[in-house]
Design a binder for this molecule. Structure first.
Ligand SMILES: [Zn+2]
Length: 324
């Protein structure tokens, strides 16, 4: 998993490559950006370059030595961690069995003590560097974050931290101020489509994924599609209800989850766009209607991104769709 394979993030790749080439890799990065745009892949590519035993003349990973391969290969058995002893993955629940904790509140202080602090005091096992990758770092509990501060600020030599987050606003200021931010933007649709194709999946859902490869793969997931089909059916029923009040009361929106709704709306948008495409030649009027509805769904998705409440988003979408 070299930087060449990291699609759609040219700025981040350039910054990290230059840091490696100049030998100025920061000791604590914070990779910020939406889920599924390559932050974790970039973190592993950086870790690989740092632990590679036969780096290129530009200090980049060779990609083929044993260290390179083990740095980016996760164990198939729990805990699913890299095979390289100097690339250490930290994530909520990852070590539940060994810690004897479910970590339902977040990455625990026990995990930080046992997996990070106990290890950070020693030199790398195999030589070049010790790299900690913290997945969803906004999930560090307050105690865990505080326990990490000192080491994050002044890690031992050749020790690097890479914190990954799609919610930097949920991190403590003290953690943010001790890490160097690197932003990862949404991926262009064409890149998402290429990733879907590489996974043997219909690339048509790419444009409903908001620039996230993970979301696109979720959208094409057959198991999840049943629940989304049910959502589409519920919306159809709401459009046929005699009045807006009964249309909305028929939907259970009280505990609607934002993330789930985003996926359901994306699925609804996808099915409307498909409908518009299929009927466009034989029934232009209904194709036009489907296209209008598709635009309304896209607006709802945007409203949701701007933090509109899930329940209100659905209610106002239904009101718009009922008008035609
Ligand atoms: Zn190598």
């Amino acid at each position: 998993m070299s930087f060449d394979q990291l699609l759609g993030q040219p700025v981040a790749v350039r910054i990290l490559t230059l840091a490696l080439q100049r030998g100025h890799v920061h000791h604590a990065y914070r990779f910020e950006g939406p889920a599924g745009v390559g932050k974790e892949r970039a973190a592993f590519a950086l870790a690989q370059a740092l632990v590679c035993s036969e780096p290129t003349s530009e200090r980049l990973a060779c990609g083929s030595c044993s260290a390179c391969r083990r740095a980016v290969t996760l164990s198939p058995d729990e805990p699913c961690v890299p095979g390289h002893p100097d690339v250490i993955l930290v994530a909520r629940g990852l070590y539940s069995k060994t810690l004897g904790k479910s970590e339902s509140n977040g990455i625990s202080v026990q995990q930080i003590r046992e997996v990070v602090l106990n290890r950070a005091g020693y030199s790398p096992h195999e030589g070049r560097a010790l790299v900690f990758i913290i997945r969803d770092a906004h999930e560090l509990t307050l105690q865990a974050a505080n326990a990490l501060l000192k080491t994050l600020e002044e890690p031992p030599p050749a020790t690097h931290f890479i914190l990954l987050t799609d919610s930097p606003g949920r991190m403590l200021d003290t953690i943010r101020s001790r890490t160097l931010a690197l932003r990862f933007g949404p991926l262009p649709d064409a890149v998402v489509a290429r990733i879907l194709e590489a996974n043997g999946v219909d690339a048509g859902v790419a444009r409903f994924a908001g620039g996230s490869a993970a979301r696109a793969l979720e959208l094409s997931d057959v198991e999840l599609s049943e629940r989304r089909a049910e959502f589409v059916e519920n919306i159809k029923r709401a459009l046929q209800a005699p009045d807006l009040g009964s249309a909305i009361s028929g939907l259970d929106l009280r505990n609607k989850d934002r993330r789930e709704l985003r996926q359901e709306l994306a699925f609804l948008g996808h099915s409307l766009a498909e409908r518009a495409r299929v009927v466009v030649s034989k029934d232009p009027a209904s194709a036009e209607k489907a296209a209008r509805r598709y635009a309304a769904v896209s607006e709802s998705m945007e409203a949701l991104e701007q933090n509109a409440s899930p329940a209100l988003t659905v209610e106002s979408l239904i009101a718009t769709l009922r008008r035609g």
